[in-house]
Design a protein around this ligand. Structure first.
Ligand SMILES: Nc1ccn([C@@H]2O[C@H](COP(=O)(O)OP(=O)(O)OP(=O)(O)O)[C@@H](O)[C@H]2O)c(=O)n1
Ligand SMILES: C[C@](O)(CO)[C@H](O)COP(=O)(O)O
Length: 249
C-alpha cells in the first residue's frame, strides 16, 4: 500500500473494457466493438454498463490500436465521466489484459480490477455488483453460467476426423463469461508468472490465476444467459432481440 493512503480506506475499483480485438469471426471490415447495436456501439454499451455501476470508480478502455482515435472520439462525445484512460491493446487478449494492468499501475495490490470483454455489451448491474461483493472475501472471481448443452471433449481419429474422447459431467461444467475480477496483487502476480512462461496461452483471465497461482481460490458468480459475447453475425441479431424484448437493457 502506498504511504499517502490511509490503511483502512475502501479499495478502489477499476474496470477495464477489453476492446483490443479485430472481430475476425464477425467478418466485418470494422472491429465488432465499433458496430452498432440498437443505435449505440457495442463498445459504448459495455462502457456504459460499467460506468453505471456504483461500485466502479474508474473505467479503462483497452482499444485496438488501429482504432484508438475513433474510440476516443466516440467516448468523448458520449461523456462517459468514469473513463479515465484509453490505451492501445495487444496482439492477444492476454496482452490486452496486461495493458489494462499497466494502465492501473498506480493502484495498490489491495485494490480491485474487473476485466470485461467489450464484446459483452449486455452485462447487467447485478452481475457487476456480485463480482465486487465476492472480492471482499476472495482474490479472484469469474462470472459463469451452467451449460444447457452436453459438452464433449474431442480428439482426431486416424483419418483426421473429430471423434468424442470424453463426456465430462455436465453438472460440474460452467461456461465462463466476464467480468472477471481480481485483487490487483493476485492478477499482477499471475500475469508476471504467465508472461515469464514461453508456452503461455490463455482464453480468459481466471484461467491465468488458476494455472499460475494454483493456491488462489477462483470463485464463481452465477451469471445471466443474456450476457452473451457478440462473436458471430447471428449474435448481433440475438443481442438486438434481447434488448427489444427487455430481457437485457
Ligand atoms: N488482442 C485482443 C483480442 C481480443 N480482445 C478483446 O477480448 C474480448 C473477447 O475476444 P473476442 O470475442 O475473441 O474478440 P475478437 O478477438 O475481436 O474476435 P475474433 O476472435 O473473432 O477475432 C473482445 O472484447 C476483444 O475486443 C482484446 O482486447 N485484445
Ligand atoms: C473471456 C471469455 O469471454 C470467457 O468466455 C472468452 O474466453 C473469450 O474468448 P475469445 O476467443 O477471446 O472470444
Amino acid at each position: 500500500m502506498s504511504l499517502d493512503q490511509p490503511a483502512h480506506r475502501r479499495p478502489r475499483v477499476a474496470a477495464a473494457v477489453l476492446a483490443g480485438g479485430v472481430g475476425s469471426r464477425m467478418g466485418s471490415a470494422h472491429p465488432k466493438q465499433l458496430l452498432r447495436l440498437a443505435g449505440q456501439t457495442i463498445l459504448e454499451r459495455s462502457v456504459a454498463a460499467l460506468c453505471a455501476a456504483p461500485e466502479v470508480d474508474e473505467v479503462v478502455v483497452v482499444m485496438n490500436a488501429a482504432h484508438l482515435a475513433e474510440a476516443e472520439k466516440i467516448l468523448a462525445e458520449g461523456r462517459y465521466d468514469k473513463v479515465s484512460r484509453i490505451v492501445p491493446g495487444g496482439a492477444s487478449r492476454s496482452e490486452s489484459s496486461l495493458a489494462a494492468l499497466q494502465a492501473v499501475d498506480d493502484y495498490d495490490d489491495n485494490d480491485l480490477l474487473l476485466l470485461h470483454d467489450a464484446a459483452r455489451p449486455l452485462v447487467s448491474g447485478r452481475t457487476i455488483t456480485a463480482c465486487v461483493t465476492e472480492l471482499t472475501e476472495v482474490g479472484a472471481v469469474g462470472v459463469a453460467v451452467p451449460s444447457s448443452d452436453t459438452v464433449v471433449q474431442v480428439t482426431l481419429d486416424a483419418s483426421g476426423r473429430e471423434v468424442i474422447a470424453a463426456v465430462p459431467d455436465r453438472a460440474a461444467l460452467r461456461r465462463m463469461q466476464t467480468p472477471q475480477g481480481f485483487r490487483l496483487g493476485v492478477i499482477r502476480r499471475a500475469y508476471a508468472r504467465a508472461f515469464a512462461d514461453p508456452g503461455f496461452t490463455a482464453t480468459d483471465d481466471c484461467g491465468v490465476v488458476l494455472r499460475y497461482l494454483p493456491e488462489e481460490p477462483v470463485r464463481i458468480v452465477t451469471g445471466e444467459e443474456s450476457n452473451i459475447k457478440v462473436t458471430h453475425p447471428s449474435d448481433l441479431a440475438v443481442a438486438e432481440a434481447l434488448l427489444r424484448t427487455g430481457v437485457a437493457q
